[in-house]
Design a binder for this molecule. Structure first.
Ligand SMILES: Cc1cc2nc3c(=O)[nH]c(=O)nc-3n(C[C@H](O)[C@H](O)[C@H](O)COP(=O)(O)OP(=O)(O)OC[C@H]3O[C@@H](n4cnc5c(N)ncnc54)[C@H](O)[C@@H]3O)c2cc1C
Length: 393
């Protein structure tokens, strides 16, 4: 005889555990299944080991989706303050790093422990190292064939996440289930991911490797004013991760190395005031020293400014305010923080996350076509969509 549950959730990550606790507190008999050996592996890795668990300034405009209004309802009903209250009830020390970005002071483990404790208090069972081989629809509910025997449930929640970082247990299983039930899965691609460079440019930029500087990067009508990091593999840092979610293969990035500064005007003023000074002098005042030097050498800017015509200064300024870089690609799912695309939200209820014509089947978290910007928004979506489904499943 299959074991019977009210709710089975596939995926013991951020969204699945939040959903399990919420449904458990409603008195539902809940089981969470995961094929991994540990719950919340991505949470443990997140935020450099200190989990950027929410963003106090999170709004629907921080999310990408083919259906941008879909996320509004869930995010409005479960806000960053709700999750912060939960963190504080568990006595977890936290700190705000950049504006609104809340991190654990000690370790991401605190968030996983919070979720597992909530599941325990709510009576939700978590079963790890369990594979699901098949999901069969019944007249009412579902039967699951798993590595540890058959299971049945009235409501099934898919919380399998996206494709990013396969070594942490990511699979396309959630998309397979969506297709099995006739849902459309929008094309997926890696987001919040470092860029790779063509060998020639990579070699040219090698002297800048390891240096971070604040930039304003533009692509496809979006821009992010945050630090850029040149690495031995390519371009990373918050600005590059952010813009990668908007970048399409073949696109160029326009990088403003001096955000807020009109380099042409500033260089002309400097030429007038100190004709013997150089572009390197100017760069030294505005960029990290090692970056300034290497960038100047890379561009071969030499001699005093008085030797530059206006057109020459404008060319230098163009490179500084609109440095065009054409990435070769991205590092892909191997290092991406998120997966863009996924289960088409037009087939889901924005209130409950249930499939419109199958109200006992739910999709939550990253498997759905809702992807946040960098900075705690993705976890906020996991919590909010998990709670929305947990209140209904
Ligand atoms: C390195 C890194 C750092 C990040 N840092 C942050 C951050 O600081 N702040 C932030 O907001 N976001 C961050 N993110 C993004 C965030 O981790 C995800 O958006 C979030 O975890 C998505 O939650 P989820 O529950 O939908 O999926 P996941 O947390 O990925 O959980 C999915 C679960 O499903 C399980 N699973 C998958 N396939 C199967 C299957 N076939 N059978 C059974 N179980 C299965 C997996 O083992 C996993 O436990 C980071 C991501 C990465 C990779």
């Amino acid at each position: 005889m299959p074991a019977n549950y009210d709710v089975i959730i596939i995926g013991a990550g951020a969204a699945g555990l939040m959903c399990a606790a919420t449904a458990g507190y409603r008195g539902r008999r809940v089981l969470v299944i995961d094929h991994a050996s540990k719950a919340g592996k991505k949470i443990l890795m997140s935020g450099g080991g200190r989990c950027n668990f929410t963003n106090l300034n999170s709004t629907p405009s921080n999310f990408l989706s083919a259906n941008p209004h879909f996320c509004i309802s869930a995010l409005k009903r479960y806000t960053p303050q709700h999750f912060l209250d939960l963190v504080e009830r568990h006595g977890i020390e936290h700190e705000e790093k950049a504006a609104g970005q809340l991190f654990c002071r000690d370790s991401s483990k605190d968030i996983v422990n919070l979720l597992l404790t909530e599941c325990e208090w709510a009576g939700a069972e978590v079963r790890l190292k369990t594979t699901v081989n098949k999901v069969e629809p019944l007249a009412e509910g579902f039967r699951l064939r798993t590595g540890s025997g058959p299971l049945e449930c009235a409501s099934l929640v898919i919380a399998c996440g996206g494709l990013s970082i396969p070594t942490l247990g990511a699979t396309g299983f959630g998309y397979d289930i969506a297709r099995q039930f006739g849902l459309e899965v929008l094309p997926t691609r890696a987001g919040l991911v470092p860029f790779t460079l063509h060998p020639e440019l990579k070699e040219q930029l090698a002297p800048l490797s390891g240096i971070s500087c604040p930039v304003d990067v533009h692509c496809n009508g979006e821009h992010f004013r945050e630090p850029m990091l040149v690495t031995h593999r390519g371009l990373s840092g918050p600005s590059m991760l952010q813009i990668s979610s908007f970048w399409e293969p073949g696109d160029a990035l326009a990088v403003d190395l001096l955000p807020g500064e009109n380099a042409a005007e500033a260089l002309m003023a400097q030429r007038k005031a100190r004709p013997q000074s150089t572009v390197a002098h100017y760069l030294n005042q505005h960029l990290p020293k090692r970056f300034a030097q290497a960038f100047n050498d890379l561009n071969g800017w030499q001699g005093p400014l008085q030797g530059y015509k206006n057109s020459g200064i404008e060319q230098v300024a163009q490179t500084l305010n609109r440095w065009h870089i054409k990435p070769a690609g991205t590092e892909g799912y191997r290092t991406a923080e998120v997966t863009l695309g996924g289960v088409d939200t037009r087939q889901l209820s924005s209130r409950t996350m249930a499939v419109n014509d199958r109200p006992d089947l739910f999709f939550i978290g990253e498997v759905v076509d809702v992807t946040g910007h960098l900075g705690g928004h993705n976890f906020q979506w996991a919590w909010a969509s998990g709670v929305a489904a947990g209140n209904e499943a």
